[in-house]
Design a protein around this ligand. Structure first.
Ligand code: CDP
Length: 785
C-alpha cells in the first residue's frame, strides 16, 4: 500500500527542502497580531512622557473622555486600586505598568486611552492633559554612581545608590598578577552601544476576556508564550486570573530577535482594560514607540589582554559598566544576571581570566534584551576579538597566525574555559583555515601591502568566535524560577500523516520546515505530511520559547527523542505484523524489516495504521509521544569571519569589499535555512558595526527615534555575503546539532571593526567604537593627520 522513501525523498536531515511556511507569507496570508479582529474590539493608545525624569503633578482625563468614542482613560492610580501598577521584570526587578507619581524615561507610558477606533484613541491621547514637574535626569551611566547623584529608585527599600548589582567571575588576584608580570599588555575601553532590535513588526497584543467563561485570551507577539502565561498568572492571580483560564496565542511574528521576550507595560494595561470593560482590546505599538522603548547592549568594557612577547595569550580581564535604564528588565536566566558574558575568554587556550560588571540605573528606557544573542555574548565576543587584534597589532604579528597559535585544539574538547564553561566540541583551526582559503587571505595581505605603499587604506579583519547557545540545562538555567527545558509532542494519525507541537515559537526561522525534517528523518514520514504547530498555550506542550538560538538545541532534540519513542513502539508493532520477535526487526528510514530478509518489511505508514486498527494484544493503542528535553550542556557553535574593507581618506566612506563567513553549527538540518539565517544575522551584524546606535542628549531625549534617523541596513547597505561551513557535531545533542541563528550577529561586528581599524592602522589609529560611521572615521583621520 505504501512505498518507502529515502532520507532525501522524505526531506530528512541535511536537505535544502523549500520552506513550508513561505507559501502563506509570500501570498500575504501570514496572520500577525494586527490581523486579529474580534467582534466589538476596542483600540488602546498610550500617552507617553515627553520628559526623561519628571514628577507627575496631575492627569486630567476630562477632555479626552468628552471625545465621542473614547471609553476610558486608565492611569497608574486606577491600576493601583487592583495593585497592578507595578510588575516584576524577568530578572526580579520591578517595573511600572503605569506611574502614579514619577516618570523615569522619555516615552514611558503615562496612561492609556481606550476608544472604538485607533483614530479616536490617538485624538483622545492628545487630549489628556498631564502636568509634569521636570527633574534633572541621569543620562551618563558613569555619573549614576557619583556620590551626589539623585537616587533613582527610592521605591526599592534596600536601594542606597544607583547600582543595581555587582557581578564577577574568575580569579581577580591571579589574573592581576599575570597581567602585571606579562611581557605585553594591551588595554582598551570598548563601548557596545545601545541599539534596538527594530523588528519589522512592532510589539502588540489583543486581549480578550470573556466574563461568562472567565477565560482570558491574549494574542501576543511573543517569543515565549508559556512563560508569559505563567507570568500573567503570577502577576494577576490576585484579581482572579488563574493559569488554566489564560490562553496566550502567539500568531505569526514579524521578527523577534529577543525584543519580544519581555512583558511590556501596555500588555498588562490591555489585559486590565479587557477585564474591566469586558470587550477585546487591541494595542499595536507604532514605529517610533518601538524605537524609543527597549534596547539591547550598552556595555562599557575596560579590557586588558596579557601575552608573552611572541604572542602566547596568558590572561584576560574585563571590567564593565552596564547601563540598564531605570529598571533591570534584561531577559536573562535568573542565575546569570549578565547572561553568558563569561564566554568572553573566547576561542583561545589560556588559564587566567577575570570578568566583573556593575549594572546601574539611569533615566533611559529599560530593556537589556538578548538581541539575537545568548544574553550578552555579542558584547563578550566583541571584547575579546577586538583585543586579540590589538595584541596582534602591538607585537606586529599577523592576526590570523596569532589566532591559530592560541586556539583551543580540537583534541582538547570538551574544554573547560577559565570562567567555567565546558565547550562541547570544535575545530577552530579548520574553520579559520577554510575562511582564509575561501577569501584568498595571503593574496589580500599582498594586495594590502601594495596599497599601503600607494597611501591607500585597506583593512582585513578577522573574528574567530565561540558561541554558547541552547539554554538549559535546567539545573543552571531558569527564568523567574521556571526551568529552561523544551518540548515536543507528536501525534501520528492513522493514515500516517502527523501533527507535532512544540514549546518554542518561530519568528521567521523556519521551524515549520526544520522540525518536520527532523521527524521525517527519524520516522521516515515525508516532511510535507507533517504539520508543525507552535505558539498556542492551550494546545502546545509547555516550553520556554524561542530566543538565543535555543530551539534546535532543546526542542529539536525533544523532537528527535519523542520520534525515537515512537520508533520503538513501531518496532513492536512491526514484529507483531511480521510475526517475528522484536529483536529480529531492523529499521531504515521509513521501514521496519526482518534481519537478513529485507523483503519482509512494513513501512512506517503500515505500522501506524496498525496502531489504530490492528493493535498487538496488551498494547496501548495510538501512535503519539511527547518529550520534555533538558539538555545536559549548552552547545558551542563557532565561526571564522573575515572582512576586507577599503576606506576613503577624503570622506571616511567605508566600502566592504569581501565578507567570508564560515560557521560550524554541528550537523545541519536544512543547509538553505542555515544559509538564510547566516545572511540575515550578518546583516544584523553590520548594523551595529557601521550604522545603528540609539543616541541621547543631555536631557535624556532620544535623538533618533524614527527610521529617518536610525538607519537599519537593507540589501542596499549589505555586501555580498560569502558563506560556508565546517561540521563538528555536538557530542551530547541527539542529532549532533548546535544552534546557529545568532552566530552571525555575534561574529560579524568585530570582524568589520577589526577590518576598519586595520585599514586605519597606518595613520596610528588603534581603536574606534562601533558604529564606525564615515563621520567617525573622517574625524579620526583628521585627528591623526
Ligand atoms: O532558536 P532559533 O530557532 O532562533 O535558532 P536555531 O535553533 O539556531 O535555529 C534557527 C533555524 O536554523 C531553525 O529553522 C533551525 O532548524 C535551523 N538549523 C538547522 O537547520 N541546523 C542547525 N544545526 C541549526 C539550526
Amino acid at each position: 500500500m505504501f512505498k518507502c522513501k529515502t532520507s532525501a525523498e522524505v526531506g530528512g536531515m541535511g536537505h535544502s527542502v523549500k520552506r513550508k511556511e513561505d507559501a502563506r507569507f509570500l501570498h500575504g496570508k501570514g496572520n500577525y497580531v494586527d490581523d486579529v479582529k474580534l467582534p466589538g474590539m476596542l483600540t488602546m493608545v498610550m500617552v507617553r512622557s515627553p520628559y526623561a525624569y519628571a514628577k507627575i503633578k496631575s492627569i486630567n482625563k476630562e477632555k479626552a473622555l468628552a471625545i465621542p468614542g473614547v471609553l476610558a482613560v486608565i492611569t497608574g492610580e486606577d491600576l493601583a486600586q487592583y495593585n497592578l501598577h507595578w510588575m516584576p521584570t524577568l530578572l526580579s526587578d520591578t517595573q511600572m505598568v503605569l506611574p502614579t507619581d514619577t516618570v523615569m524615561h522619555q516615552a514611558q507610558e503615562v496612561c492609556a486611552v481606550i476608544a472604538t477606533d485607533r483614530y479616536i484613541a490617538v485624538d483622545g491621547a492628545e487630549a489628556v492633559d498631564v502636568q509634569y514637574e521636570p527633574m534633572d535626569p541621569i543620562v551618563d551611566p558613569f555619573k549614576a554612581l557619583d556620590k551626589d547623584a539623585p537616587l533613582l529608585r527610592p521605591d526599592k527599600e534596600d536601594q542606597k545608590d544607583n547600582q543595581i548589582y555587582h557581578w564577577e567571575r574568575g580569579d581577580r588576584a591571579k589574573t592581576d598578577e599575570v597581567i602585571a608580570n606579562a611581557d605585553v599588555v594591551v588595554k582598551e575601553r570598548i563601548h557596545l552601544p545601545r541599539i534596538h532590535v527594530a523588528s519589522i513588526e512592532t510589539c502588540g497584543c489583543v486581549a480578550s476576556y470573556d466574563k461568562d467563561t472567565e477565560k482570558l485570551v491574549v494574542y501576543l507577539t511573543t517569543q515565549a508564550p508559556h512563560a508569559i502565561r505563567t507570568v500573567v498568572a503570577l502577576v494577576a492571580g490576585h484579581v482572579g486570573l488563574s493559569e488554566e483560564k489564560i490562553r496566550i496565542i502567539s500568531p505569526d511574528i514579524g521578527g523577534g530577535f529577543g525584543g519580544k521576550v519581555p512583558v511590556y507595560p501596555a500588555y498588562v494595561v490591555a489585559i486590565a482594560a479587557t477585564f474591566l470593560i469586558g470587550k477585546p482590546v487591541k494595542w499595536i505599538e507604532d514605529r517610533s514607540e518601538n524605537l524609543v522603548n527597549g534596547f539591547a547592549r550598552d556595555y562599557h568594557m575596560d579590557c586588558e589582554l596579557a601575552a608573552t612577547k611572541d604572542g602566547k595569550i596568558q590572561a584576560f580581564k574585563v571590567s564593565t559598566l552596564a547601563d540598564h535604564g531605570y529598571t533591570d528588565s534584561s531577559a536573562n536566566p535568573s542565575k546569570y544576571p549578565t547572561g553568558m558574558f563569561s564566554i568572553c575568554t573566547g576561542s583561545y587556550d589560556y588559564e587566567h581570566a577575570f570578568a566583573e560588571l556593575d549594572a546601574v540605573y539611569t533615566n533611559k528606557a529599560p530593556g537589556g534584551v538578548a538581541y539575537r544573542c545568548s544574553f550578552r555574548v555579542t558584547e563578550a565576543v566583541h571584547a575579546i576579538e577586538r583585543m586579540v587584534d590589538k595584541l596582534a597589532a602591538k607585537i606586529g604579528k599577523d592576526p590570523a597566525l596569532l589566532r591559530l597559535e592560541n586556539f583551543i585544539k580540537k583534541e582538547q574538547f570538551p574544554y573547560s574555559s577559565p570562567l567555567g564553561w565546558s565547550y562541547d566540541s570544535g575545530d577552530y583551526e579548520a574553520t579559520l583555515k577554510k575562511a582564509m582559503d575561501m577569501l584568498g587571505y595571503d593574496d589580500y595581505k599582498k594586495e594590502q601591502a601594495q596599497k599601503r605603499k600607494e597611501g591607500k587604506l585597506m583593512g582585513i579583519g578577522i573574528s574567530t568566535f565561540t558561541e554558547v547557545v541552547g539554554a538549559g540545562p535546567s539545573k543552571d538555567f531558569d527564568i523567574l524560577g521556571i526551568a529552561m527545558f523544551d518540548s515536543a509532542e507528536i501525534r501520528v494519525h492513522p493514515t500516517g500523516k502527523a501533527l507535532a507541537r512544540f514549546g518554542t515559537k518561530s519568528q521567521g526561522q523556519g521551524h515549520e520546515t526544520t522540525y518536520a525534517q527532523i521527524l521525517a528523518e527519524e520516522l521516515g514520514i515525508p516532511y510535507t505530511d507533517i504539520e508543525i504547530d507552535e505558539g498556542d498555550t492551550d494546545t502546545a506542550p509547555y516550553g520556554l520559547g524561542t530566543y538565543a538560538s535555543r530551539s534546535t538545541p532543546t526542542a529539536g532534540a525533544a523532537a528527535a527523542i519523542a520520534a525515537r519513542k515512537l520508533r520503538d513502539k513501531g518496532k513492536k508493532i512491526a514484529a507483531y505484523l511480521l510475526e517475528v520477535s522484536e529483536e529480529d526487526i531492523e529499521w531504515e528510514v521509513g521501514k521496519y524489516f526482518v534481519k537478513g530478509a529485507p523483503e519482509k518489511s512494513k513501512t512506517i505508514q503500515e505500522v501506524v495504521f496498525a496502531a489504530y486498527t490492528n493493535i498487538p494484544p496488551g498494547m496501548e493503542p495510538g501512535f503519539e509521544a511527547t518529550h520534555y528535553y533538558d539538555p545536559p550542556n549548552l552547545t558551542f557553535p563557532n565561526g571564522a569571519y573575515i572582512c576586507v574593507v577599503e576606506v576613503e581618506k577624503e570622506t571616511g566612506a567605508i566600502d566592504v569589499k569581501r565578507f567570508v563567513a564560515i560557521d560550524d553549527c554541528g550537523n545541519i538540518i536544512n543547509p538553505m535555512i542555515v544559509e538564510g539565517q547566516v545572511h540575515g544575522g550578518l546583516t544584523q551584524g553590520i548594523a551595529p558595526a557601521m550604522y545603528e546606535g540609539i543616541e541621547y542628549d543631555d536631557e535624556g531625549n532620544v535623538l533618533n527615534g524614527t527610521f529617518m534617523d536610525y538607519l537599519v541596513p537593507t540589501a542596499v547597505e549589505s555586501p555580498h555575503w560569502e558563506t560556508g561551513h565546517t561540521i563538528t557535531p555536538s557530542p551530547h545533542h541527539p542529532l549532533g546539532a548546535k544552534g546557529v541563528a545568532e552566530s552571525p550577529t555575534v561574529g560579524a561586528p568585530p570582524a568589520i571593526a577589526n577590518a576598519i581599524i586595520d585599514a586605519l592602522a597606518p595613520l596610528g589609529i588603534e581603536h574606534l567604537d562601533i558604529p564606525i560611521t564615515p563621520a567617525k572615521v573622517w574625524e579620526a583621520i583628521q585627528a591623526h593627520s
